[in-house]
Design a protein around this ligand. Structure first.
Ligand SMILES: NC(=O)c1ccc[n+]([C@@H]2O[C@H](COP(=O)([O-])OP(=O)(O)OC[C@H]3O[C@@H](n4cnc5c(N)ncnc54)[C@H](O)[C@@H]3O)[C@@H](O)[C@H]2O)c1
Length: 372
């Protein structure tokens, strides 16, 4: 329960593939109550109504008219985000959106400004860095365990969506791709650890232009690929840290790490930033082996590791907490900066180093933490 003991009412917009992880995941937070949902596909909306005991309504306007709804959670596909978020902001309710904020930095920036002008709190996934792994790594950096961080690597490899998503076309068109789909987890994780990025130099290309879909229950047999699927970049952080980042749907198998930080005292190795949990390892210079760091557990992460598909919700809880005075850690400025960086990675920077126009502050580390 938050400090004021009030319950925040939540409604879901978009009852597709990821929605179950929200409906179930949000139930873990005592001060959040999911009360309603909507979807253009009424069958999906009614199925959610039956399965999760929430009201299905036909439109966002009906959700917005409800007094028991404080926060609207956008789970529509990336290409719909721009118009859906604009619509949600107009209702005056607070908004949490799945990532990416929108399909491009150019379309996201005006929305962030519109939300601010309307007094609406706009927040965005990814929120996985609020989990134990992100917070453990953050403590290792902040406490000086790694020393001065000189460089980082991030390897965003293929999520193989053709094998599990029934209709993965949105991942292979504008708004999708490895940088915008999986990249947010890595970049949000890095900005949480190291602060904002100052500039990006990137180059990108497209692999196969048609890909077969073999997912169980698939609704399409193949997808057309209209965007780059393999990018490499050098990132310069404002702090001077130099990052090497690859994002690819063409790397099916590999022996690359997820995220590593190279410091003056040793190397920090993070687990998959798409997950909330996992072991963070540290190897001091000269040591013969890696040490598993004791995980910093936050109130948000106490119950995250209970399903094969990670349950979602910490970011919505963070937004709800912020309405009662705490610092918002998954805010729109943070997400916009991550998106500007990823946009450059996704499409390349035309052979030049691109200085970014946005910046942000590092989100606050978890306050209520304890060590397992
Ligand atoms: N699928 C995953 O595992 C996963 C994981 C993490 C994040 N995400 C993110 O979650 C979002 C949704 O992904 P998904 O895989 O669930 O997509 P999906 O296509 O399975 O579901 C999206 C749903 O939104 C509905 N919709 C579209 N426009 C709408 C509108 N204007 N109003 C109401 N409903 C509308 C669609 O009918 C559909 O049911 C994306 O931003 C994606 O990046 C997905």
């Amino acid at each position: 329960m938050n400090s004021t003991g009030t319950v925040t009412g939540v409604a879901i917009v978009g009852c597709g593939n990821i929605s179950g992880a929200y409906f179930r995941g949000l139930q873990r937070f005592a001060d959040l109550r999911v009360v309603a949902c909507t979807d253009l596909d009424a069958d999906l909306g009614r199925a959610a109504q039956e399965r999760y005991g929430v009201s299905f309504v036909a439109s966002v306007e009906e959700l917005a008219a409800r007094d028991d709804v404080d926060v609207l959670v956008n789970l529509t596909p990336p290409l719909a985000h721009e118009s859906v978020i604009a619509n949600l902001v107009e209702t005056g309710k607070h908004v949490f959106t799945e990532k990416p904020l929108t399909a491009s930095f150019a379309t996201a920036a005006p929305l962030v400004a519109a939300a601010r002008a309307a007094g609406v709190t706009l927040a965005s996934a990814p929120d996985t860095f609020l989990g134990s792994a992100g917070q453990t790594a953050r403590a290792a950096v902040d406490d000086g365990l790694v020393g001065d961080v000189i460089g980082v690597t991030a390897f965003v490899t293929h999520s193989k969506a053709e094998l599990w998503h029934p209709n993965p076309g949105f991942l292979f068109t504008r708004g999708g791709g490895p940088a915008l789909d999986m990249g947010p987890y890595y970049l949000a994780g890095l900005v949480n650890l190291l602060g904002p990025v100052a500039s990006v130099y990137a180059t990108a290309r497209t692999g196969a232009t048609v890909r077969p879909v073999t997912a169980p229950g698939r609704t399409v047999e193949h997808v057309e690929v209209t965007i780059p699927t393999h990018s490499s970049a050098v990132l310069e952080f404002a702090s001077g840290v130099v990052g090497t980042v690859m994002a690819s749907f063409d790397v099916w198998d590999h022996e690359l790490p997820f995220l590593e930080l190279y410091g003056t005292r040793g190397t920090l190795s993070l687990p998959d930033p798409n997950d909330y949990d996992g072991t963070v390892r540290f190897r001091p210079h000269g040591a013969e082996s890696w040490q598993d760091l004791a995980p910093v557990i936050s109130a948000f992460t106490a119950a995250t590791a209970e399903a094969s598909l990670p349950l979602r919700g910490p970011g919505v809880a963070d937004l709800a907490e912020s309405l009662h005075g705490s610092s918002l850690r998954v805010g729109a400025d943070f997400a916009l900066h991550v998106l500007e960086t990823l946009d450059a990675l996704a499409l390349g920077t035309d052979g030049v180093r691109r200085d970014l126009t946005t910046t942000c502050t590092r989100p606050e580390p978890s306050k209520e933490t304890w060590t397992q």
